[in-house]
Write a protein that binds this ligand. Structure first.
Ligand SMILES: [Zn+2]
Length: 282
């Protein structure tokens, strides 16, 4: 079944857990995540990021995501991840997504507020939730190797975050408190106290981007401090990739469909581990 972002976040808040928000720009990944959700009693956020247009178009993958979620017994939020313009987000909402992130973090503050407000108004007409972003997170959802480091100078300022949420009316806020997108080259330095301050100043749930590759205790500590949605892609896609080489080397395996099946199972196992970590705080 498909639910809205506010309902999913309320569930997470009530139970003191984090929600897995997994990008599924390939079909085996989508099936693997749905398999896990169906035997897990927590909402799962299925995401499609605008940068993944380089893999598949949202017009092609989006309807599959919506239809499989609708048919499933498990609760799903369908979320447009890192939408960079309102037209792209409108496209996602038209397909049936119930939530969207407008990423205006690279814009000047006033322009970010203006664009985000516009998306909040559009989403409100359709009963959808909106995630905004303030602060800078380096790297991108494609596991960009040029990710840089999370610098304290780039951390989100709680007062600016509070003003931003008040001015825009977003449902949740992506903020910078030490994570970066992609594969971590060095240990991230997470600022837990900043998460608490952001949560208290804004009054909305905090979203973690760059959620691949932290230690279980790090996720759980972030959740205890007010993170409720954790974006996840790189390690899921990597799990699928890592399942393939043994099959490629096996002379008896000659069909791509065998790799696809292994990838689905690998995503499933990885997503199960991830979701179990995020709900262990309850
Ligand atoms: Zn992100």
């Amino acid at each position: 079944m498909i639910i809205g972002l506010p309902a999913a976040l309320e569930y997470a808040e009530r139970n003191g857990i984090g929600l897995a928000a997994i990008n599924t720009p390939f079909f085996e990944g989508l099936l693997g995540v749905i398999d896990v959700a169906e035997r897990t009693d927590v909402p799962v956020i299925l995401q499609f990021a605008q940068v993944h247009e380089s893999i598949v178009a949202i017009e092609d993958m989006g309807p599959a995501m919506v239809e499989l979620a609708r048919r499933s017994s498990a609760p799903f939020v369908l979320h447009v991840d890192h939408g960079f313009d309102i037209d792209y987000i409108r496209k996602g909402l038209d397909i049936g997504f119930t939530s969207a992130m407008i990423d205006g973090s690279k814009l000047a503050y006033d322009e970010n507020v203006r664009v985000t407000r516009e998306v909040v108004e559009l989403a409100a007409e359709r009963g959808a939730g909106v995630e905004g972003e303030i602060g800078v997170m380096t790297g991108n959802e494609n596991g960009d190797p040029d990710q840089g480091v999370a610098d304290a100078a780039l951390y989100t300022d709680p007062q600016a975050a509070a003003d931003f949420v008040r001015a825009t009316g977003v449902t949740a806020l992506a903020a910078s408190f030490g994570t970066v997108h992609g594969v971590y080259r060095r240990k991230p330095k997470l600022n837990y106290e900043l998460i608490t301050r952001l949560r208290e100043a804004t009054g909305v749930p905090i979203v973690m981007h760059g959620g691949s590759g932290l230690e279980p205790q790090e996720y759980q500590e972030c959740i205890r401090h007010g993170v409720r949605k954790i974006n996840y892609y790189t390690y899921s896609a990597k799990a699928a990739y890592d399942a393939c080489p043994p099959l490629v080397e096996d002379p008896d395996v000659i069909l791509f469909s065998d790799l696809a099946r292994a990838a689905r199972r690998a995503v499933e196992e990885d997503a199960q581990r991830f979701i179990d970590v995020l709900r262990a705080t309850a």
